[in-house]
Design a protein around this ligand. Structure first.
Ligand code: SAM
Length: 283
């Protein structure tokens, strides 16, 4: 039985599906994730969701400091045992999404490395937050559902392309490290997982005058992805462009008015936002 399995049994821990609890049991996978993250002796690591601490221990051996944020305080006795030999670790029992940027920055400082086997129910909001730039991170290496990793890497016009694709590709190059089957976890998830490293650019990949507007356009396009782009944008409660304004912008870019948002890449979203940003738009 794996060390994680032993601890689960010893402490009679009950997995909570609502927290996306699928713990890694294979030490070689943990090692590969930590290797891929590049975390070293000068780094502070932010781990989201340490679970029973399998990855936390490996990170603590290599990094200067590990700050782990865990929502489930029922894991406290297990983490106390697993981390007892590592005084460079701190566990904050909280929902990571409820911690403010200021609170997180106070705990990890600037230039931290994120390493996490993310809870699947909340992957996208966490990734979006990590990419926003407020936490001034050095790198992000995460385990996600394979299909989410596919989406991060997808090119415009493919069926995997979603709102997450241009959002990730704006700030980072997603590099797939490996794909892992359900047998490497307890309990077993229903799907394959992938480890993906987001190599952050020093500056976003494309220049855009109004980043907020660009992201609102991306959200509008993918919220109603079956609609044409003018229909999706006019249907958005976040935006108040007229159909004429959108048609004029698309014409100016040499694009057909019947186009759907799923065929525009990040460069085109930036151009669309720039073309529209002269008009008053965000409500
Ligand atoms: N890192 C461990 C591993 O690899 O074995 C556990 C990974 S498990 C997929 C996700 C972990 O995130 C669980 O421990 C879960 O309780 C925790 N978690 C879920 N939602 C969270 C949230 N909003 N904030 C912090 N931790 C969360």
């Amino acid at each position: 039985m794996s060390r994680t399995g032993e601890l689960i049994r010893k402490y009679d821990f009950t997995f909570r599906k609502k927290f996306g609890q699928n713990f890694l049991t294979d030490p070689s996978i943990v090692e590969k994730i930590v290797d891929a993250s590049g975390a070293g002796p000068d780094d502070t690591v932010l781990e989201i969701g340490p679970g029973a601490g399998a990855m936390t221990v490996e990170l603590a051996k290599r990094a200067k400091k590990v700050v782990a944020v865990e929502i489930d305080s029922a894991l406290e006795p297990i983490l106390r045992e697993t981390l007892s030999d590592y005084d460079n670790t701190t566990v904050i029992f909280s929902d990571v999404m409820k911690l403010t940027d200021e609170e997180l920055l106070a705990a990890i400082g600037e230039g931290a490395v994120v390493v996490a086997n993310l809870p699947y129910y909340i992957t996208t909001p966490i990734i979006m937050r990590l990419l926003e730039g407020q936490l001034k991170l050095k790198s992000i290496t995460v385990m996600v559902q394979k299909e989410v990793a596919d989406r991060m890497q997808a090119q415009a016009g493919t069926k995997e392309y979603g709102a997450l694709s241009p959002a990730v590709q704006y700030r980072a190059e997603p590099v797939r490290v490996m794909t892992v089957g359900p047998e490497c976890f307890i309990p077993r998830p229903a799907v394959d997982s992938s480890v993906i490293r987001l190599d952050l650019y020093d500056r976003p990949k494309v220049e855009v005058k109004d980043e907020k507007l660009m992201f609102a356009l991306i959200r509008a396009a993918f919220n109603q992805r079956r609609k044409t782009l003018p229909n999706a944008i006019t249907g958005s409660s976040e935006l108040s462009f007229t159909r004429e304004q959108i048609s004029a912008a698309l014409n100016k870019m040499g694009l057909d008015e019947r186009i759907r948002g799923e065929v525009l890449d990040i460069e085109q979203y930036a151009r669309l936002a720039d073309t529209l940003s002269d008009k008053t738009a965000i409500t």
